[in-house]
Design a protein around this ligand. Structure first.
Ligand code: WTA
Length: 659
């Protein structure tokens, strides 16, 4: 352990903090915060620019523009740069379908495919700045299309293939997209998801869409609208083999990705091209220590930010080899993932705590059947990792020899912010902690007034300086951008997360401090779910709470009051679940629904979430003097107890049967 003199050499640590003797890391971090412009300019030179920037940073709070005036192209960074070298024959993507088929895509194959698809998009009239929606399963065409959009300067919006028609319509209408690309279906746990039907359903509400491009995946018969729908395969027949990459200004949007916030409407997070790529290129190297012989597998869906940055843009910008797997983790058997690691010799495995907990429950026997000796480094993302899951990950997947990088970041941050950086220096790990902010990231834990807290006190995580991966804006909602991130503490980026920094300066991420939930690592807002439930004709009011779940981290608990004349029933319950799956998607499926007479509210009519949470988790309720109608709390509690007893009995029965 170090003395206080060394602690003083680290910038941005609260007083009372000790520090490990991490010489390289400390020097780099200090330099990055003392001279952010110089630091990031040096990092930016690692990419290829058509024109160098005039200004490294234009910071007019709350808007940051990086590498202003610089020109580059994301598709060029991820492909053309590599095909000019020996990497042209290197594997870019090992793709594995759920059904067992495989496709190996080299950098030159990627080059050919992306160019030809870019030419198709151009023929369809897509140009610089136009928005293209991608609603696709995890097939090779998804990264191809993202990169093809980037090649011509178009802006992509990927919609997770688990989202429903309504969720698609909301997003398409928000950006007024003219072109949407989907598939004739996708495989999930042996079933076919009818993506084209879902798209058609959505498009009934989307007048802006002129063309639907369909990728053939399953070969299933699908509905077809003449004049509007086109097969990608037939368009490719006379596609050109080369499309010149469009040089775009660094702050030209690369993509818009929707994520949940505290209101019912998802936010269109806009990311830049230059800053985003520089940030991802550098942080990926620091955290994963990527080498040419690495085989990197991030198990996220491309539809989330983790997929955008850690499957597509960061690895490909390094010319890395990645694995892309289409299907469910446990299909057809629980060891599907271990089979994939063995088959492709995966060296870096990046996954979510939910997946680890699921495999923990299934048992280590499934791992023992496979040779996982290729693994060198493990990563975790998307939700807090509990120490038990961390230990299991380390011991059974990493076989006691692979360090774990727990990486904290958000859709808005574009790339990893807090994580160990073995690519810089071996940082001692603590199970459950994401360790230290990466160079260029000035993170702190503050109290409600914005004052930095001393070590070991829980507060709110904020970022003090802009970083290149920071979102540009929320699409056409500057006010929402300002309110969501910059109004809590003027000049400081508000993350919405609780955190604690310990005496070694390590960050412990403690979950969301706002109305956003993380169900199995998927981000979803309570207001979004409530709005959807209220749209059901029998529902008068709805409120959502979450309770801890052993596997998913959090599970949804729904409190509902019905309109006059309606009464609770199991049929109605099923109907509401169906309705929610239809309105949002399967990720919004509640674990429990309680029908109640009224919801706990303040005298001014605001729902008291603290009460719902206490009821949902079975904790004590605390002070209830602000309640409008305390009877409803009792009633909610009674309903909860009844259900808990009933489900407890059912569980015991099941256990007895198994025994
Ligand atoms: C949570 C995912 C603890 C956090 C990349 C954040 C984490 C939200 C971690 C963003 C981690 C992400 N430890 N919590 N390592 N990583 N989170 O936008 O609450 O889907 O605010 O981005 O996930 O979720 P999003």
């Amino acid at each position: 352990m170090t003395n206080s003199t060394e602690a003083e050499t680290v910038s941005s640590l609260p007083t009372g903090t000790r520090m490990w003797p991490l010489k390289r890391y400390i020097e780099m971090h200090r330099h990055s915060l003392d001279d952010p412009k110089g630091f990031w300019a040096e990092e930016a030179r690692k990419l290829d620019w058509y024109k160098t920037w005039d200004k490294v940073l234009d910071w007019k709070p709350p808007y940051a523009k990086w590498f202003v005036g610089g020109k580059l192209n994301a598709s060029f960074q991820c492909i053309d740069r590599h095909v000019r070298t020996w990497r042209k024959s290197k594997v870019a993507i090992y793709w594995e379908g759920e059904t067992g088929e495989t496709r190996v895509c080299s950098y030159s194959t990627l080059f050919r495919a992306v160019n030809r698809i870019a030419s198709v998009l151009k023929k369809l009239g897509v140009g610089k700045g136009d928005k293209v929606v991608l609603y696709l399963p995890m097939i090779l065409e998804l990264p191809y299309l993202m990169l093809a959009c980037a090649r011509i300067g178009a802006v992509h919006t990927v919609i997770f293939s688990g989202f429903s028609a309504q969720a698609i319509a909301d997003r398409v209408n928000d950006i007024q997209a003219k072109v949407i690309v989907t598939a004739d279906g996708g495989y999930r746990r042996g079933k076919i998801i009818a993506l084209k039907e879902i798209t058609d359903e959505a498009l009934k509400r989307c007048p802006s869409v002129e063309k639907v491009v369909v990728v053939k995946r399953t070969g299933e018969a699908i509905p077809w609208t003449e004049g509007r729908d086109v097969w990608l395969s037939s368009m490719l027949e006379d596609a050109e083999s080369f499309v010149t990459p469009e040089p775009v200004e660094s702050n030209h949007p690369l993509y818009i990705l929707y994520t949940s916030g505290t209101t019912g409407k998802p936010k269109g997070v806009v990311h830049s091209t230059g800053g985003y790529l520089v940030f991802n290129h550098s942080t990926y190297q620091w955290v994963f220590n990527i080498r040419d012989e690495s085989v990197f597998w991030c198990t996220a869906d491309v539809g989330w930010v983790t997929g955008h940055s850690s499957i597509v843009y960061a690895p490909l910008s390094h010319g890395a080899a990645i694995v892309l797997y289409e299907g469910a983790p446990d299909y057809p058997t629980v060891d599907r993932w271990w089979d994939i690691i063995e088959k492709y010799g995966v060296t870096i495995f990046y996954t979510s705590p939910t997946a680890i907990r699921m495999f923990m429950r299934a048992g280590k026997e499934w791992l023992e059947k496979h040779d996982l000796s290729s693994l060198e480094l493990l990563g975790s993302v998307g939700e807090p990792i509990n120490p038990e899951a961390w230990q299991w990950f380390y011991k059974h997947i990493g076989q006691d020899r692979c360090p774990i990088v727990d990486t904290w970041w958000q859709t808005e941050t574009g790339g990893i912010m807090i994580a160990p950086a073995p690519g810089i220096e071996a940082i001692p790990l603590k199970p459950g902690s994401a360790t230290l902010p990466l160079p260029g990231v000035d993170a702190a834990v503050v109290d409600a007034s914005g004052k930095e807290l001393p070590p070991n006190q829980t507060g709110l995580l904020i970022i003090r300086k802009p970083w290149p991966g920071m979102l540009l804006d929320i699409y056409e909602s500057p006010q929402r951008y300002q309110e969501s991130y910059w109004s809590h503490f003027p000049g400081l980026y508000y993350s919405g997360d609780f955190a604690m920094r310990d005496e070694d300066g390590y960050f412990w991420l403690l979950g969301r401090a706002d109305e956003v939930l993380k169900i199995a690592g998927h981000r979803i807002g309570t207001a979004e779910i409530e709005d959807a439930v209220i749209a059901h004709p029998s529902v008068a009011e709805a409120a959502v709470a979450s309770k801890p779940d052993e596997i998913k981290g959090e599970a949804l608990v729904l409190f509902i009051t019905l309109i006059e004349g309606e009464s609770p029933s199991s049929t109605l319950k099923k109907e509401i679940i169906q309705h929610l799956r239809h309105a949002i998607g399967p990720i919004a499926t509640p674990d429990e629904i309680y029908f109640v007479e009224s919801l706990p509210k303040t005298r001014s009519g605001k729902i008291i979430r603290r009460v719902l949470k206490a009821v949902a988790t079975g904790q004590s309720l605390g002070d209830l003097t602000t309640l409008e109608d305390t009877a409803s709390v009792e009633e909610v509690k009674r309903a909860y107890e009844r259900l808990k007893n009933a489900s407890g009995k059912a569980k015991k029965l099941l256990e007895a049967k198994r025994a």
